[in-house]
Design a protein around this ligand. Structure first.
Ligand code: GH3
Ligand code: MG
Ligand code: MG
Length: 419
């Protein structure tokens, strides 16, 4: 009998997990409301079962309500968080909390009715509702704490075992459900003097449920990665890689717009921000200057010392430029060994001075692998005098850079020729 019950337990877990996961997975086509409403509806059944429906399992007398369904709900909340983000998962956490309080409150009012007798002597068990009241409030509070804690723990585990999401899922579930069982049992013990067997039976059942759910979660990840049955509009691999979507998004955001080698802004950022910076400056009737810096004879560095040593010199060059830039300056890697500095609210004369200071600093501090100085040639142009768009001042600065190269390199050229 116990083994039959265990088998049924497993069947219930499979049905619960697969249907709820399907709702979650197809949330882009079905709408997230389907998943959330199902989660809320299930809550009523699990609370009822936890109060009155217990079965004998090999490890004790337990209720499918508190083990299979309650544990399942927490794992579903965690899955929703992994797939979406904190802003989305807040909705069912708050919704369940407030909805449960509403249920308890309305149950109190309902008891004041003088109810009509139903055929066959059926009547609502108001005593049950009353008895459930405080336990519901406590269970609801615990659920609220559990839901937040399971997410925080999952996040914290990410610091050590970031890529093992099934393990993070399982550990988070086991720890939080243990905490939940201690919390819930303590109150049960105080209220109805529940024996310790109730604690252990329920605890084992919850751990068993976490184990089963983690296994299905693992299978789901495998299917989700390998087969294209997703109805989602995003790439399957993007949703559930080894990292969660949200973590990958943050990692991407941190890197976005930065040049991989030197860490300064990349060409894309120059093209995105540059025109806007020029427009803003002109609107404020301020000058904005563009300084383009090109390393001299850089090809020789690569030819003599190899590309990797060349890369290291480029990093030093970028670091020197970064040190010289003010906090509001826009420094980007324009191409191979060319960098562009956009100086807001800086007139031509000031910009040429800045450029000259940078040129000297580079010659003094950045060296080639053989120890000789790396030098740069620089062109400077300023809006509005040299043109009123980014492209116009860039081409002026580029012409001046070309002239600086022709005149012998290691120099700055502005509007009035060599500085
Ligand atoms: P000059 O500018 O003084 O006329 O001579 P140059 O040798 O620097 O000529 P140019 O600007 O045309 O060549 C740039 C060289 O920079 C070509 C390429 O070998 C090197 N380069 C470009 N990008 C990278 C990079 O990411 N890493 C390394 N190591 N070298 C690069
Ligand atoms: Mg070049
Ligand atoms: Mg060059």
């Amino acid at each position: 009998m116990q083994w039959l019950n265990l088998g049924l337990f497993l069947v219930e877990a499979v049905v619960y997990f697969s249907v709820m996961t399907a709702f979650l997975h197809f949330r882009r086509t079905l709408g997230l409301g389907v998943f959330l409403a199902a989660l809320g509806v299930m809550h009523f059944m699990e609370t009822y079962l936890a109060a009155v429906f217990y079965v004998q399992l090999p490890f004790g007398t337990v209720s499918p309500g508190s083990s299979i369904f309650f544990a399942g709900k927490l794992m579903m909340i965690l899955m929703l968080y992994i797939k979406e983000d904190a802003a989305t998962v807040r909705q069912p956490i708050y919704g369940l909390f407030l909805g449960n309080l509403l249920t308890v409150g309305l149950a109190q009012i309902l008891q004041w009715h003088a109810a009509v007798a139903m055929p066959g002597g059926r009547s609502a068990d108001m005593g049950f509702l009353d008895e459930m009241g405080w336990l519901m409030v406590w269970g609801t509070t615990l659920l609220y704490v559990d839901a937040i804690a399971i997410i925080l723990l999952y996040e914290r585990l990410g610091r050590w075992i970031e890529r093992h999401i099934v393990l993070r899922f399982a550990i988070s579930g086991a720890v939080i459900l243990t905490f939940d069982q201690v919390g819930f049992y303590t109150v049960l013990h105080i209220l109805i003097d529940a024996p310790s067997a109730v604690f252990f039976g329920g605890w084992y059942a919850k751990l068993f449920a976490v184990l089963v759910y983690s296994f299905f979660f693992f299978i789901y990840l495998k299917i989700d990665q390998n087969e294209r049955w997703s109805a989602s509009s995003r790439q399957i691999k993007d949703i559930f890689h080894d990292l969660t979507f949200r973590e990958r998004y943050h990692a991407l955001l941190a890197k976005a717009g930065l040049d991989g080698l030197t860490g300064v802004l990349d060409r894309g950022r120059y093209e995105m921000d540059g025109p806007e910076l020029v427009r803003k400056s002109l609107a404020l009737r301020q000058s904005i200057s563009l300084v383009i810096v090109d390393a001299d004879h850089f090809k020789d560095v690569n030819d003599q010392f190899g590309h990797q040593r060349g890369d290291a010199v480029l990093k030093d060059l970028a670091a020197c430029l970064t040190r010289n830039a003010r906090s509001g300056d826009h420094l980007s890697r324009f191409g191979g060994e060319e960098f562009v500095l956009l100086l807001s609210d800086t007139d031509h004369e000031e910009a040429v001075e800045v450029a000259e200071r940078i040129r000297q600093d580079i010659a003094a501090r950045v060296s080639r692998p053989d120890g000789t100085a790396l030098t740069v040639s620089v062109g400077v142009a300023t809006a509005p005098e040299d043109g009123r768009t980014l492209d116009l001042i860039l081409s002026r600065a580029d012409e001046r850079l070309y002239q600086a190269k022709k005149d012998g390199r290691n120099r700055v050229h502005g509007r009035l020729g060599r500085f």
